[in-house]
Design a protein around this ligand. Sequence first.
Ligand SMILES: C[S@@+](CC[C@H](N)C(=O)[O-])C[C@H]1O[C@@H](n2cnc3c(N)ncnc32)[C@H](O)[C@@H]1O
Length: 266
Amino acid sequence: MNTSPRGHAVWDPGQYHKFGDHRLRPALELFERAMLALGDRVPNEVYDLGCGGGEIARIMADRWPDAHVVGLDSSAEMLVKAEAAGASRVEWLEADVRTWEAKPKADLLYSNAMFQWVDGHPQVFPHMMDQLAPGGVMAVQMPLSFGQTSHRLLRETLEGFGTPDLLKAVSRKWVEEADWYYDLLKPRSSFLDIWEVRYLQVLQGDDPVLEWVKGSALRPVLTAMAKDEADRFLAAYGAALREAYPKRAGGETLFPFHRLFMVVGK
Ligand SMILES: C[S@@+](CC[C@H](N)C(=O)[O-])C[C@H]1O[C@@H](n2cnc3c(N)ncnc32)[C@H](O)[C@@H]1O
C-alpha cells in the first residue's frame, strides 16, 4: 500500500480513469506546447513526473524512439496499472519528486496533474529546474480547483464531518496564482509561458461530479473516514453537488474546470 506525500491519498486508478478523455485532453495540450518549446531539439532524457497510468509516457516513447523515457510516480498502485497496460520501453520508477534527482539531467520534465498534490512549491519548483539540462524544458499542468464550486462545497460539507485536521488539509490552497509562478520561475528560466484554460466538461450519468471528485480530491478524505461516516458524508456532499450542477434536459451535467499550464525553458 502506498500513501501520497500528502499522507492520506491512496490512489485508485480505476476511479481516476473513469473520466479518461477529460483528463487526457489537457495532458495532450500540454505535451503539444512542450514539443513546440523543444523546437528542433531531440530530447534524450525524458521524464513523465507523476505519470499515473503512464499514457503520456508511452506517447513520449513513441514520439522519441531513441530517448530514455521514464514514467515516475510515488504510487505503487498507479505504476502497476502503467506496467499492466502492455509492454513498452518506458522505464517505470517509484520515487517522490521532492527528493528525486535526474541523472543525467533531463531534456524534458513533463508533469500533468501531479504538482497540486505536492507540498512546498517554493522549494519544489526550483528543485525541478535544477534537474534540467541547459536548454531543457519543464512542462506542468495543475488544476486550479480551490475556487471551484465543487471544492467550496467539499469544504462546507466537511465542516460537519471528520476531524479538524482533515478540514484544515482540504482548506489549504495547494496551487498558487499564475503570477506567483511567474515571479518564482522567471529568474531561473530562458523563457516562460504560463496560461489558464477553463474547460466546460460535459459529463454523463448520475452524480458525475461526485464520481469525478472521488477520483481526486476526495481520496484523502475518504481514506481518513470510517465507512459509516464516509457514507453519510458522500450522501450530503452528493446532494450539494446535484443542486450546484443540475442535469441538463438531455441528462448530461456541465462541470466547468479551470487549469493552469506552464512551459519553462532553462
Ligand atoms: C492526478 S494523478 C495524474 C496522473 C497522470 N499524470 C495523468 O495526467 O493522468 C497524480 C499522480 O501524481 C502522483 N504523485 C503525487 N505526489 C507525488 C510525488 N510527490 N512524487 C511523485 N508522484 C506523485 C500520484 O501518485 C498520481 O499518480
